[in-house]
Structures are given as C-alpha cells and as structure tokens.
Design a protein. Structure first.
Length: 154
C-alpha cells in the first residue's frame, strides 16, 4: 500500500513536470524573400548561404551584406510579424517561444548592426511580448510597423 502511494505520487509529479515542459515550445522564422548576399549562422554550423524557404530557429543569426536584404516571417501560435533585414545588418533570433496552453508567445530579436523594418501583428495576450534588443536599448511593442537602426562605432 505504501509503495503504491509513493509510485502514484511519483507518477503525478513526473506528469506535472512533463506538462510544464510541453507548454513552452520553440517557434520558427522562415525566409520569404531575399536579394543579394545573405548568410545564416546557426549554433551548430558555420556560415552558409541563405535560401528562400529556409527555416530559422532560436539563436540563429542572419547577416546581410551590401546591396542585400532578407524578408522573414515569424510564426508561432499565429503569424507574429514580418521582418525586413536590410543591407549590412546582423540579426539574431534570440528568443522565439510559444506557450500553446496560455496562447502566449515571446519574441526577442537582437540587432547587433544595421537596420530592420518590422510589421508586428497586434498581440492578443497580456503575457505575449515582442522585443528588439540593440547594444544600447530594448524596445517593446504591442503591434505596429517600426524600424530599428544600429550604426557601427567609428
């Protein structure tokens, strides 16, 4: 009887723990269009040429060269935003997560250099966030079109 109770409690604890892990899942970004010399760096691979249709994940970095650009679509529970990565830019997809149970998602883009133009969809959950980090600031939005630029130090 005692062993049965211990096993039951253990199963319940493991079930709750696995449910909490299953709530948060990774989202993706897809390259919809590009022009010129655009590269992608992943945590596991060296730089490689970007291609239309390529799927980007959290921690991936997209780097555009001179006279080049890329258009990304960020997906989650619903389409979150489109991001135009303009020439001579370096953008990391720092955090792309979703909690399907709560219906919330978190987006954090880290712009090290260059310019991005974002068309963010209106956020429907108070727990949902969309932020852009630069070397000097963090910008949070609730749904709008805006541009962020980071210039190189001379």
């Amino acid at each position: 009887m005692k062993i049965t109770r211990i096993l039951l409690i253990l199963v319940l604890v493991l079930g709750i723990f696995s449910l909490s892990l299953a709530q948060e899942e990774k989202r993706i970004a897809t390259i919809m269009q590009l022009k010129g010399n655009v590269e992608v760096m992943t945590p596991k691979e060296a730089r490689k040429p970007a291609q239309v249709g390529m799927v980007l994940r959290q921690a991936d970095v997209i780097h555009t060269k001179a006279k080049s650009w890329a258009l990304l679509k960020l997906d989650g529970v619903v389409e979150t935003a489109t991001v135009m990565v303009k020439e001579n830019s370096q953008l990391m997809l720092a955090e792309l997560t979703a909690d399907k149970i709560k219906g919330s998602q978190k987006t954090l883009l880290d712009l090290a250099l260059g310019e991005i133009l974002i068309k963010a969809k209106k956020l429907h959950s108070e727990e949902t966030s969309f932020e852009v980090k630069t070397p000097t600031s963090i910008v949070a939005v609730r749904g709008t079109t805006f541009s962020v630029t980071v210039e190189a130090k001379e």
